[in-house]
Design a protein around this ligand. Structure first.
Ligand code: ATP
Length: 347
C-alpha cells in the first residue's frame, strides 16, 4: 500500500543530447492502477526502471509514502517489475519460479508451498506447479510471471507491456485477471503500454507521454472529451480539427458558425469533434446542423467510417452500420455536431 510521487523526473542518457524523460511529475495514489501510455521510444521503460531503482535519474525525485527512495537499493524498495518477455527461470519448475521470492526471504518451506498453491489458483493455473516453463504457452508463462511478482506482496507493481506478446483472446483474459488481482490485493500498480485501448480499459488514470514529456494525466474519459492538444486528441483517435475563432459561445471556422458548450474561452483555436459524436441524417432543426457530402465509406466490421466534405473542411464520422446503410458516396446529408461534443484546443 504505497502512494507514489514522481517529481520532475528527468533522464538524459550519457552521450545523448535530448532527455529520454523530461521533468515527469505524477501523483499515484495508494492502490490505483496507472497506465503510462505513449508510442515507442517516448520514455516509458526509462521511467519504470527509475521507479524500480534499476536506473538513476539525472534529476528529480521519487517518493514512496512521502520519503525519497532514490538512495534505496532496488531490493529494498518493495517494487516488483514484470517484463514483457516474462523472464522465468528456465531450469526451475512453475512452483519454484513462483516461490522464488519467498525462498530468497527465507520463508519456511511449508508456508512457501501453501502460498504458491494459493497464488497458482489465483492466476488460474492450479495444476501446473510441476511443469517446466518451456512446456507452457505464452499466456501461461505470463500468468506465472504475474504470480511470481504478486506472491511477495510488493508495495508497487510495475508491468512493462505485459500483454504485448499475447494474442487478442488471451489479452482480454489477462486484462481481466490483472485488473481483478490488482483490485483484490490493492497494490499500487504502474502499467506501461503503447495501446490506448488497453490503457483505457485497465487503468484508473492514464498518463500520456509523448517525446519524453507528460502531455496529460487523468481518468481515461478526459482524454476523449477534453484533450489538451491536437497530438493528444490524435493519439486517442481524434481526426477532426478545424481552425477558427471562438467568441466564448460560437465558433467560426470553415464549418460555419457552431454553438459551443459552456466554458470555452474566446480567441483563436482549433475546434475538434470526435468521429463517433457526429450524427448523420440528423433532422434539420437539430443544433449545429450542417450540409455535408459523403466522399467515402469504409466498413470497419462493427462500425462504418463515413468521410464527409463540408465546404472546404473534411470530417470523419463513425456510425453504426445499420444507421448509414442507405447512404452512398456522393449523397448530400444533414449532419449534426451537438454542442456538448465540441471542444476547442488553444493554438
Ligand atoms: P518502447 O515502447 O519501444 O519500449 P519506451 O517508451 O519504453 O519505448 P524507452 O525505452 O524509455 O522508451 O526509451 C526512451 C528513449 O531513450 C529512446 O529514444 C531510447 O532510444 C533511449 N534509450 C533507452 N535506453 C537507453 C540507453 N541505455 N542509452 C541511451 N539511450 C537509451
Amino acid at each position: 500500500m504505497t502512494h507514489v510521487s514522481i517529481r520532475e523526473l528527468t533522464k538524459v542518457y550519457p552521450g545523448s543530447a535530448d532527455p529520454a524523460l523530461d521533468g515527469l511529475s505524477l501523483e499515484i495514489p495508494t492502490g490505483e492502477l496507472t497506465a503510462l501510455l505513449g508510442p515507442s521510444g517516448c520514455g516509458k521503460t526509462t521511467t519504470m526502471k527509475m521507479i524500480a531503482g534499476l536506473l538513476a535519474p539525472t534529476s528529480g525525485d521519487i517518493h514512496f509514502d512521502g520519503r525519497s527512495v532514490l538512495s534505496e537499493k532496488p531490493e529494498h524498495r518493495g517494487v516488483v517489475m514484470v517484463f514483457q518477455n516474462y523472464l522465468l527461470f528456465p531450469h526451475m519448475n512453475v512452483a519454484d519460479n513462483v516461490g522464488f521470492g519467498l525462498k530468497m526471504r527465507k520463508v519456511p518451506k511449508q508456508e512457501i508451498d501453501h502460498r504458491v498453491k494459493e497464488m497458482l489458483e489465483l492466476v488460474k493455473l492450479p495444476d501446473l506447479g510441476d511443469r517446466q516453463p518451456s512446456a507452457l504457452s505464452g499466456g501461461q508463462q505470463q500468468r506465472v510471471a504475474l504470480a511470481r511478482a504478486l506472491i511477495v506482496q510488493p508495495n508497487v507493481l510495475l508491468l512493462d507491456e505485459p500483454l504485448s506478446n499475447l494474442d487478442a483472446h488471451l489479452r482480454f483474459e489477462m486484462r481481466d485477471l490483472i485488473r481483478g488481482l490488482q483490485q483484490e490485493m490493492g497494490i499500487t500498480t504502474i502499467f506501461v503500454t503503447h495501446d490506448q485501448e488497453e490503457a483505457v480499459v485497465l487503468a484508473d488514470k492514464v498518463a500520456l507521454i509523448l517525446d519524453g514529456r507528460l502531455k496529460q494525466y487523468g481518468p481515461a474519459d478526459v482524454f476523449y472529451k477534453r484533450p489538451v492538444d491536437e497530438a493528444t486528441a490524435r493519439f486517442f483517435g481524434g481526426q477532426n480539427f478545424a481552425s477558427g475563432t471562438s467568441d466564448g459561445s460560437v465558433f467560426k471556422s470553415g464549418l460555419g458558425q457552431l454553438k459551443l458548450p459552456d466554458g470555452v474561452n474566446p480567441g483563436p483555436g482549433k475546434l475538434t469533434v470526435r468521429p463517433e459524436n457526429i450524427r448523420i441524417n440528423a433532422g434539420e432543426n437539430m443544433q449545429n446542423s450542417l450540409q455535408a457530402v459523403v466522399t467515402e465509406r469504409v466498413f470497419l466490421g462493427t462500425q462504418t467510417l463515413v468521410k464527409l466534405q463540408v465546404g472546404n473542411e473534411k470530417l470523419d464520422a463513425i456510425a453504426n452500420p445499420n444507421e448509414v446503410e442507405n447512404i452512398s458516396v456522393g449523397d448530400s446529408v444533414t449532419i449534426s455536431l451537438p454542442p456538448s461534443s465540441l471542444w476547442v484546443l488553444s493554438t
